[in-house]
Design a protein around this ligand. Sequence first.
Ligand SMILES: Nc1ncnc2c1ncn2[C@@H]1O[C@H](COP(=O)(O)O)[C@@H](OP(=O)(O)O)[C@H]1O
Ligand SMILES: CCc1ccc(OS(=O)(=O)O)cc1
Length: 293
Amino acid sequence: MDNTDVKLLKYKGYYFEGSSADVDFLEHLDDFEIRDDDVFIITYPKSGTIWTQQILSSIYFEGHRNRAETVETIDRVPFLEYNMHKMDYLKRPSPRLFSSHIPYYLAPKDLKNKKAKIIYIYRNPKDVLTSYFHFSNYLVTLEASDNMEQFMERFLEGKVVGSLWFDHVRGWYEHRHDFNILFMMYEEMNKDLRSSVLKINHFLEKELSEEDLDAVVNQATFQNMKYNPQANYDGILKHEIGTRTNDGHFLRKGTIGDWKHHLTVDQNERFDRIFHRKMKDFPLKFIWDTNEE
Ligand SMILES: Nc1ncnc2c1ncn2[C@@H]1O[C@H](COP(=O)(O)O)[C@@H](OP(=O)(O)O)[C@H]1O
Ligand SMILES: CCc1ccc(OS(=O)(=O)O)cc1
């Protein structure tokens, strides 16, 4: 695998995708001016970011609900730390929607005024690992691996964009009282999309007609997103950053438990041992399999 375009940037102990992150911006992130009606999606990579971007922008923008809007997902809900299109975030009209993979300790200090809202999506880490393995081999700026063993090693060391999954999820959860934050589980969204959209809608204090709600849910199904270029970051990934293959999609399988097809028995047992050690006493539950309640 060719890794010549890979750029991993470590800033304050956390790994960013180095070709898109701007160190000057990061240095001022703490003072980034937050508005009360800002909404942030915060995730560890591969946990359902683009899905929630789709849901949020459909809730907020009627044009998007009726498919009249042409702006790409990435420009509707831009990444705070990856300002790909050099937007002036300070001049964006309210309500501003942002996504981010930052850990809790890099959050702008104004976010602690508890008015702006954060939606934190978490996903079982074996599926995160599996999704991330494929995505790292897809995007030219992420380090590709020859096999799962190699990638799993880096994931468990935290030498990937997003750093260590365990620290990210624990960090945000343990500091939840500092923020106005809703925790959503990828697997619950997957099992019951409509209830999840309603939960998000309620948290956002938005009122949508039944018809609008149906449109939001309909546009956020995997089938409807998978072949929609806007819902796959096609513009930015295929034409700006670059991919290692032409036939992939950002949306891959969108299932629960795909890790079972990619981890060996030994790898799975090792993962379990580390998970149980690192997540001991962690109260959020995880769903590992599609049949699990
Ligand atoms: N509508 C949807 N339903 C289910 N999964 C979705 C989805 N939209 C995106 N995903 C999945 O979310 C993962 C990407 O997360 P992120 O946006 O945080 O990088 C991918 O997982 P898979 O690689 O397992 O398919 C992708 O397919
Ligand atoms: C802004 C587009 C983009 C860039 C890099 C990504 O990778 S990761 O999720 O940070 O690993 C995703 C989206």
